[in-house]
Design a binder for this molecule. Structure first.
Ligand SMILES: [Zn+2]
Length: 520
């Protein structure tokens, strides 16, 4: 055996011994142990059922979000955790009803689609009309002349996709040249369609309004999410006539029928209720600290969602993680040193409004945050934690992570000191205010294409073991942050210069929330 080999062996033994001590430390920590045990008695599926299946999606300003606020308060109360709904603003109230869309000519077929959020309904009637495609005309004058012809018709305003197969499917089964050819054709078609809008003098935002003003019966769009059977469902711009999104397959059918001169007709009935200007709330619950009640460990996840699916992974899963972590903490760690507060924010989707309002309304809490953990990018197990540009984040987060069982943290990569997140989810509202707030960033599970803001963001997409993993991680991190004898240092790194411009970068600024939204 060479000396070198001996040294390696010796070093290996030391590492082994160290990790043995670490593992023992974990085993010997009764609170961490009890968190693991109580997590086995999981309530996640029951909570998920009640929130996602019974209540459903939680669009800001909809009665569903208010129902969810009340449900969460009742849940926390039943666990012995004081909870409240805090009003921070007002929003355009809208209640989604049914969407029935049928092809009635030249053949009959029920179509897969739904009205966009905040779309006007059809007033209890079924409207039947011909479907036409936004034509390709010479210039804006030609579009002005064409405009009156839309009267009483449904207008298709999205391009027809050349394929309903996602790229990964082409990669798997197509030839290389075949895949390249498809992508090239798609690029050409996309540019041509964008050019059509430009020639008409409209954007995707202004075109629907121009069409309804010209007397169109409704607007038909299709925002494919580049996966099998997935569309993204956002909000309508029309004020009088319905805007519906139709799934790629059925949209393509309508488009081809119209292009071939078959003069297809659809019948549309959408029910939607304008409910006026309604209050919007964050749901807050807290377990009071016994030694340092004015210092806070915050669990954070937005409560609102888009409403094409049931908001299962955006952000049902983040919500469930925080609720279940609170339930477990209350049971196994009922007297934390610092206050453990959970924030379920509204209107994240319209620009982090609920959390920005909380930051503005509670400076006394924000300046005393020991740590905040936010989760909001799907159902996956946490794989990334960044120090968000806090100079000492390495020290305290590493200290806390050391107590997390290896089976839970083995997939996590850390990035210290990292750089401050300027947006994306609610932790950014707190980072901007200088509070040590962190994102528990998850493995994707095809989040971007398949569930994020789509009609397929439903209960069945949840990977429960990963969510349970995140519950344990969150609960242990909250416990460790609460117990830490040291208060976290909030010094920020000096940000490096922007590589492109050479100018020094600046810390993200605190932004004002929109407190009266959706009304324009
Ligand atoms: Zn989200």
């Amino acid at each position: 055996m060479t000396f070198r080999k001996k040294a390696i062996l010796l070093a290996g033994m030391i590492t082994l011994q160290l990790s043995y001590v670490q593992v023992n430390a974990q085993r010997e920590n009764p609170v961490v142990n009890n968190i693991m045990i109580e997590a086995k008695n999981t309530q996640l599926q029951q909570l998920g059922y009640e929130l996602l299946d019974v209540i459903g999606p939680r669009l800001t300003g909809s009665p569903k979000l208010k129902q969810a606020n009340d449900w969460a308060v009742a849940k926390y109360t039943s666990w012995g955790i004081p909870a409240r709904n805090e009003q921070w603003g007002e929003w355009r109230g809208w209640d989604r009803g049914i969407s029935h869309i049928d092809l009635v000519w030249p053949r009959v077929k029920s179509l897969e689609g739904m009205q966009l959020a905040w779309s006007p309904g059809t007033g209890g009637k079924t409207i039947t009309g011909e479907v036409i495609v936004l034509p390709d005309l010479a210039d804006s004058m030609a579009y002005v002349q064409w405009m009156p012809s839309v009267k009483g018709k449904f207008v298709l305003i999205s391009m027809n996709q050349p394929t309903g197969r996602p790229d990964y499917n082409w990669e798997e089964f197509g030839t290389k040249p075949g895949f390249e050819k498809m992508k090239q054709e798609r690029t050409v078609m996309t540019e041509a369609w964008n050019n059509r809008l430009k020639k008409a003098g409209y954007t995707t935002r202004t075109l629907p309004v121009a069409l309804e003003n010209a007397g169109a019966a409704g607007i038909v769009a299709s925002l494919w999410s580049r996966g099998f059977g997935v569309n993204k469902i956002f909000s309508a711009y029309t004020k009088k006539v319905p805007t519906v999104d139709i799934a790629l397959e059925d949209y393509g059918l309508l488009y081809r029928l119209a292009e071939h001169g078959a003069k297809p007709k659809i019948s549309v009935r959408t029910d939607a209720k304008e409910t006026g200007v309604v209050p919007v709330f964050n749901t807050i619950a807290e377990i009071k600290g016994s030694e340092k009640p004015n210092e806070y460990v915050i669990l954070s996840a937005h409560f609102d969602s888009w409403d094409g699916g049931s908001g299962a992974t955006d952000n049902g899963t983040g919500t469930l993680v925080m609720m279940e972590a609170m339930r477990i903490l209350k049971k196994v760690y009922p007297n934390p040193k610092r206050t453990i507060l959970v924030g379920h924010w509204a209107s994240e989707e319209q620009g982090l409004n609920g959390s920005r309002a909380f930051v503005e309304d509670h400076p006394e809490i924000v300046k005393n945050i020991q740590a905040l953990w936010n989760q909001d990018n799907g159902t996956g197990r946490v794989t990334n934690i960044s120090g968000q540009g806090f100079l000492h984040s390495y020290e305290f987060i590493s200290r806390w992570l050391a107590a997390v069982p290896d089976t839970i943290k083995q997939h996590i990569t850390t990035n210290f000191p990292g750089s401050p997140g300027g947006g994306g989810s609610d932790y950014a509202s707190f980072v901007a205010a200088g509070a040590p707030a962190f994102s528990l960033s998850s493995l994707s599970w095809s989040y971007g294409n398949y569930t994020w803001h789509t009609n397929r963001d439903t209960y069945d997409k949840i990977v429960w073991d990963d969510v349970r993993n995140n519950v344990i991680l969150t609960a242990v991190l909250a416990y460790m942050a609460s117990e830490d004898p040291a208060t976290t240092q909030k010094d920020r790194i000096i940000l490096p210069a922007n590589l492109r411009t050479g100018n020094p970068q600046t810390w993200p600024e605190v932004r004002k929330p929109t407190r009266r939204g959706g009304l324009d």
